[in-house]
Design a protein around this ligand. Structure first.
Ligand code: DO4
Ligand code: MG
Length: 297
């Protein structure tokens, strides 16, 4: 089952059921479960609750997905990122391609990436909070003090406060390669800044994805009428298990509202590619949809 967060000018943030080309307001059927995204992440039996609410709302009027998948404007309905009070964390160097690219870009710190790829303990870092996250069609940013920037298309996990896997969404861990490449200790500056993350456009409940390994993540970058880069990766190429990443994330941490975890990128454009203002980044996971964001400086 596919859900989304969206904005309604009269009532604010709303949780919706995505059913084909239509979106139905789930709080209309069950405000206790779907009145709050944070509360929803902590509830047991969410799939059952969602099924029951879905059966009730499908007979009501829905909105067209295409009318919501538009640039955000508070006066009009539009999609929102699936994050509110949650922290967004990220795993790194979980795919061979990421290890390879980081080792090449790093001025002297290459062995750290090799070591972390093969170590039991994964690389985990705090990517941001909701104020740094762009929703669908909102601008992601490249830093003005960086000259080499890339999108990182990643499968993102929505996790409940006790670490249960609630749902999957798509994420973009936008990164400055020259800043991180100069010194791995600059990673927080390369990775965490205003507009450095995007999430959405919808989220699929975990029990609706029979085989997460089979998911394909696609990246397409549009520049005017050209496509300067496109690529894809399969979740099956990830070196680590999702369970392993989640178990390390929850060591010595508490997430009272749940948490989002980006699981690393398996797609890195060639070294002569950098994002430019005006580019449109499209990240598609067919079961979830296409997360589309323009790039601003
Ligand atoms: O080590 C740097 C971060 C790696 C990362 O973000 C990724 O592999 O996706
Ligand atoms: Mg990443």
């Amino acid at each position: 089952m596919k859900l989304c967060r969206y904005w309604l000018p009269d009532s604010g943030p709303t949780l919706g059921l995505v059913d084909g080309s239509l979106v139905y307001n789930l709080a209309d059927a069950d405000a206790e479960t779907f009145g709050s995204f944070s509360r929803m992440l902590g509830l047991e039996n969410l799939p059952d609750r969602a099924e029951r609410a879905a059966a009730r709302v499908r007979s009501r009027a829905g909105l067209l997905w295409n009318d919501l998948d538009v640039a955000p404007d508070v006066r009009k309905p539009h999609l929102l990122a699936p994050v509110t009070k949650q922290e967004v964390w990220a795993a790194g160097v979980t795919y061979f391609r990421s290890r390879e690219a980081r080792m090449e870009e790093s001025a002297g710190g290459g062995s750290f990436y090799d070591k972390v790829y093969y170590s039991d303990r994964p690389e985990l870092f705090l990517k941001g909070t909701s104020n740094r996250v762009a929703g669908p069609n909102a601008a992601i940013r490249i830093r003005k003090d960086s000259r080499w920037n890339v999108p990182e298309p990643e499968l993102a996990l929505l996790l409940g406060p006790a670490g249960s896997l609630v749902a999957f969404t798509a994420g973009n861990d936008v990164s400055s390669r020259d800043i991180e490449g100069e010194n791995p200790l600059y990673l927080p500056q390369a990775k965490v800044y205003k507009g450095s993350c995007a999430l959405g456009p919808a989220f699929v409940l975990a029990d609706s994805v029979p085989d997460v390994q089979a998911l394909i993540i696609e990246l397409r970058i549009r520049r005017g009428s050209t496509i300067p880069f496109e690529g894809s990766a399969r979740v099956a190429q990830m070196k680590r298990t999702l369970k392993d990443l989640v178990s390390y994330l929850f060591r010595e941490q508490e997430f009272p509202y749940g948490v989002l975890l980006l699981t690393g990128t398996g797609i890195v454009p060639p070294d002569d590619f950098t994002l430019m203002p005006g580019d449109i980044v499209e990240i598609t996971i067919p079961e979830i949809g296409t997360l589309r964001n323009p790039v601003a400086s």
